[in-house]
Design a protein around this ligand. Sequence first.
Ligand code: XMP
Length: 507
Amino acid sequence: GIIILDFGSQYNQLIGRRIREFGVYSEILPYYTPIEDILIHEPKGIILSGGPSSVNAEDAHLIERKIYELGIPILGICYGMQLTSKLLGGEVTEGKKGEYGKSEFNIIKDNAIIKDLPKNSTVWMSHFDEVSTLPDGFELIGKSTNSIACIANDEKKIYAVQFHPEVSHTEHGSSLIKNFVFDICNCEKNWELTDFIQTEIKRIQKVVGNKKVILGLSGGVDSSVAAVLINKAIGNQLTCIFVDTGLLRKDEGDKVMEIYGEHFNMNIKRVDAQERFFFKLKDIEDPERKRKIIGNEFVYVFDEEARKIENVDFLAQGTIYPDVIESQSVKGPSAVIKSHHNVGGLPKEMNLQLLEPLRELFKDEVRKIGVELGIPEKLVYRHPFPGPGLGIRVLGAVDEEKVSILQEADSIFIEELYKNNLYDKVSQAFVVLLPVKSVGVMGDERTYEYTAVIRSANTIDFMTATWSKFSYEFLELVSNRIINEVKGINRVAYDISSKPPATIEWE
Ligand code: XMP
């Protein structure tokens, strides 16, 4: 496969993803990996990633020059191009104004690396330094508006681009990477997610040895897939801690135990912490305070349980690639709209090492792996569920009674979505319980009960969303069932707000 040497660019995981989409294995290693260790992977090509620093800085991230003499094709991207130029006798200088964002790429000379690219196209740039003198033996292949954008040494099979072919804003970036991978490195398509499973199992076994691992199992896709995968690798050296906060969906706790505990025979410690959560949440109405309380309490409970397990060395987490980007973002702290919380605090003094087998995967890949590992598709393709759970879907003060009313209503809605073949047509659907009581009439009796709201969103990235256009008949069916079957609700409303300006959740 292809080895990507990581110089710290926020995009380098994308390079790996692009290559894997072509069906070729790729792995990301830190730039300081010794050459012998790189060679163990028998790479057919090496990519030098972008990075935030300057090759002229005193403490610049460097590599051994020898890497260019191995006979293995190399593609330098951004910083990787500047590094290649500097190490091979070219010159890199501080540009006058740098280039950030879209730029035009003009091809000057034909070359295998730019095969099938049009003469002019849009590329994504993010650099300040630039190559001012070409390194020895290199030809100029293309320029951008302000700088040298593509160079090549065909004899040594060394290529470099100043722009980022891995980001989608670079129009033909994918073709460029494809040219490198297939035409220049002669890779074959042989990477499948099943290979990922096998490789990852071996890696986990090697890293963990005979030590112990704990994992916070939430029942969500990511932590479940991570748990099953790690369990496949090391069996009962893994202990899962499943905290039942009392804020989960109807029967969720039992279902988690049934599938993961019994079916997969995993070592799961179920912690019934409902009372603690309800106690802490008593009379708290402010959404942000509720979120903080739930998040903190979760960490306390998890900590306490983790400490009871002796000789643990690793904390496993279902971190996936989008979580990694979010936490690495160089954009700086954007305004907190809602404080998100995810499962798994890290007990500090326990000095645990992190084990994150899914950190290079996207959600769709994680789902495919889940199915491959034997987790029922219905679970793997479930809608997302927020960390604070029903705690933010019972609006205002949360108590056990309200949660249980909401659980009943929600499970009816979800059941009807499945029955009517609508579940997979919407991105996220749930019921919200309002602290509003209104008057109704049932039989000859006057009622005075809560109002439930049906919420369903269609979205690609959860950043923007529209409300689902269900038929009146379907809405009527759900409303009738909820009002008739759930004690405590006598009125149902449908949320027809888009995001923005509304959010998907109500709190
Ligand atoms: P909003 O309400 O911000 O939600 O439009 C966008 C998506 O994020 C989910 N969400 C959360 N997920 N922890 C999570 O893991 C949280 O604290 C959290 N809050 C919201 C929400 O369900 C929707 O999918």
